[in-house]
Design a protein around this ligand. Structure first.
Ligand SMILES: Cc1ncc(COP(=O)(O)O)c(C=O)c1O
Length: 416
């Protein structure tokens, strides 16, 4: 392959922008709901305020919040405070913004590891994390970085964490239990109350990964939907990760990580003085990070308020109810488990849904897949609503086509 070289001379601005638009034309069509994840949208108005706020703070650096940009630091603190209010947090709870779910999770694991090492007087404890097999790979990424072990435990028949099976994997080196609210593969909220009881009985740290649900489940509960308790209202929950850039509908990159108390948050920050330039104190793994992510989250919170988030949650979850009914109405198709929010997996005992995905892919639908059990998968926001009827028609046609065709092996695989 010949390596691309930097152009000798610059191009005019319009030509550069046109080149970007031309490149985009070959990307998947998320705007018409043909991408099953990655992009989260509420309304045009919400997207606009997030975008405008982001560009209002385009040049500022959230790394310099403490010294140069007090407005950024203040907004970050206010976003965290408002979010804590949604998560039944006790008065002494603390939180921090980060650049994404993965960073929030890595920080929670590191904080738990360091705190536990101190508590147990075992400064070299390697340690393990006991989690349902449905948790996000961010825990394995954290474990790789910190040389920890992740013990993934098969889930129960309802696709939720099997707490008794998890307890069997706990030993003297266990640092953390994990539950998701909800998990990525099936969209179900794990039995957090039972996990909390186990954590308390065994003196363990329970982390709830609410990266997906953190900013929609509170409003779903306010609307009277049956969402299992998952936040600090559950005894034993020590930390929670919740992504602003998913169902908080804030611009990327933005997430949050919370601790039940300032004592549990003690090991979160990185505070270092051993270099020529003096004290270096950060609350994120990233150093430089966009202040636009902070401003965007602050602006979206203020634009929507509780009433606005409830309105969007109501519209989205009603749409997902209709979508699920549409899937069930297709002969041979079923929903995997009983998803609690807008993330849904659907499979079939009659046709190979990976073959179905291949046919839909040929129609321009980027496949979302689960490999265990084989299922199609969609993490839906309101961007998926206008094209849902068309999607369901395409699904029905693809199921019929696979049913009617001679058996053949799907070559597609689940990957992200
Ligand atoms: C349950 C869950 N946790 C964590 C993450 C990681 O989030 P991010 O992609 O923002 O790092 C995801 C991403 O989809 C997720 O679904």
């Amino acid at each position: 392959m010949t390596r691309m070289t930097m152009p000798e001379h610059g191009m005019p601005r319009e030509a550069v922008l046109q080149a970007l638009r031309d490149r985009k034309a070959g990307d998947a069509d998320w705007e018409h709901g043909r991408v099953p994840l990655y992009v989260f949208k509420a309304t045009d108005e919400v997207a606009r305020i997030g975008r405008d706020a982001f560009f209002e703070y385009f040049f500022e650096n959230a790394l310099g919040g403490a010294r140069a940009f007090p407005s950024v630091r203040q907004m970050e603190s206010e976003v965290v405070q408002m979010a804590l209010g949604l998560l039944t947090a006790p008065p002494d709870a603390q939180g921090f913004m980060s650049t994404g779910g993965t960073e929030s999770i890595i920080q929670a694991v590191q904080t738990c590891r360091d705190w536990t090492r101190q508590q147990r007087g075992r400064p070299t404890l390697r340690g393990n994390i006991v989690a349902p097999e449905s948790v996000h790979p961010a825990f394995d990424k954290a474990a790789r970085l910190m040389d920890l072990e992740v013990r993934r435990v098969p889930v129960g028949p309802d696709w939720r964490a099997d707490v008794a099976a998890m307890e069997e994997r706990v030993d003297a080196d266990t640092l953390m239990l994990v539950g998701s609210a909800p998990c990525f593969p099936y969209g179900v909220v794990d039995p957090i109350a039972e996990l909390g009881a186990l954590a308390q009985a065994r003196g363990l740290w329970l982390h709830v990964d609410a990266c997906v649900g953190g900013y929609i489940a509170p409003f779903a509960r306010m609307l009277g939907r049956a969402i299992p308790a998952f936040d600090f209202g559950v005894a034993g929950v020590c930390s929670i990760s919740a992504d602003l850039h998913k169902f908080g509908f804030c611009p990327k990159p933005a997430s949050t990580v919370f601790y039940r108390s300032s004592e549990l948050a003690r090991c979160h920050a990185f505070d270092f003085d051993g270099w020529p330039s003096g004290r270096f104190l950060t609350s994120t793994i990233a150093g430089t990070r966009p202040a636009g992510g902070v401003a965007g989250a602050w602006a979206v919170f203020h634009c929507l308020g509780i009433e606005g988030y409830k309105r969007i949650a109501a519209e989205l979850l009603d749409f997902v109810d209709r979508f699920q009914a549409g899937v069930r109405a297709i002969p041979g198709m079923h929903i995997v488990g009983e998803p609690h929010l807008s993330l849904v997996a659907f499979g079939s005992d009659e046709v190979d849904v990976f073959r179905v995905a291949e046919l839909m892919s040929a129609q321009g639908y980027l496949p979302g897949l689960v490999q265990k059990p084989r299922a199609l998968h969609r993490m839906m926001s309101l961007v998926h609503e206008p094209g849902a009827a068309e999607y369901l028609d395409a699904l029905r046609d693809a199921v019929d086509a696979v049913r009617g065709a001679p058996a053949s092996r799907a070559t597609i695989s689940a990957s992200y």
